[in-house]
Design a protein around this ligand. Structure first.
Ligand code: PAF
Length: 280
């Protein structure tokens, strides 16, 4: 396994190999990333994992500075799993040689809803860095986790809209035994917060069961979840929202493919999760 830090070296390597599956990450890898890597290894002859904490997708006052940077650990974890050809770990100057990235990819208005409403510019930062990485790695396939459902939606629609020559492979959310979605931000939780954190998934599961049983009063179900979360010390509950899973627009009573999404803070940590509901 090579660790490559420059675009030139990555491009030189890329010219020498066949099909490539790509897993873009911001590092601080956990078992959730390992399932993305596992899916990538099965999808192409070679696998590239990028590790880059992308300043452009963090808003002011967000956790860019405290975001864990653990390249050595990450490389050891990847080596242990085996089968990855390249870790691409550019520094900021390599990816953003201009102080301001002059050309940026602006996603459509749906990216200003849900997480986008609370993190202005976030998905433009994601779409821009992912486009740059796609242009550098020139992979055949890229794997994205369903935990970041709106991010996956933005990337899929960007690839389609801009005719990018890459296939997006969605990968199911990895979960701890108690249901908590695996996330690098879980590392910030205290022991008590960690015990409480699976409640997001419990509420999603309860809402899904209610909808499957015929309850289509999405707002009432959301209010019930929000009320309970508040009582239990959650705050800044950004949204509990049921959407059409294919368009991410507000769900109607006749939609069959739904996704329930949630974002809330416990202590100083913002967690997100979602669950799909298929009524076919
Ligand atoms: O999901 C992430 O870790 C990041 O948003 C990504 C896709 C690596 C872009 O920085």
């Amino acid at each position: 396994m090579k660790i490559i830090h420059t675009i030139a070296e990555l491009r030189a390597w890329r010219k020498t190999v066949g099909t490539v599956a790509f897993v873009p990450t911001m590092g601080s890898l956990h078992a959730g990333h390992m399932s993305l890597i596992h899916a990538a290894k099965a999808a192409a002859e070679h696998t590239v994992v990028s590790i880059f904490v992308n300043r452009l997708q963090f808003g002011q006052g967000e956790d860019f500075d405290r975001y864990p940077r653990t390249l050595e650990n990450d490389a050891a974890l990847i080596a242990e799993q085996g089968g990855v050809d390249v870790i691409f770990a550019p520094d900021e100057k390599e990816l953003y040689p201009n102080v301001i990235q002059q050309y940026q990819v602006t996603p459509p208005a749906i990216a200003e809803e849900l997480c986008g409403a609370f993190r202005p510019g976030h998905f433009r930062g994601v779409a821009t860095v992912v486009t740059k990485l796609f242009n550098i790695v020139e992979a055949d396939i890229a794997c994205f986790g369903k935990k970041d459902f709106q991010q996956l939606f933005v990337i899929q629609s960007m690839v389609k809209d801009l005719n990018m020559n890459i296939q997006i492979l969605p990968v199911d959310t990895g979960r701890a035994e108690d249901g908590l979605a695996l996330s690098s931000r879980n590392a910030f939780l205290t022991a008590d917060q960690r015990n409480e954190a699976p409640r997001l998934y419990h509420h999603l599961s309860r809402m899904k069961a209610a909808i499957e049983a015929g309850d289509r009063d999405y707002s009432k179900l959301a209010v019930q979840a929000v009320t309970d979360l508040r009582v239990r010390g959650w705050h800044d509950i950004d949204y509990v929202d049921t959407r059409n899973a294919e368009t991410l627009k507000a769900a109607s009573n006749t939609d069959h493919k739904l996704v329930i999404l949630i974002a809330a803070r416990i202590g100083s940590t913002r967690l997100i999760d979602n669950i799909e509901v298929n009524l076919d």
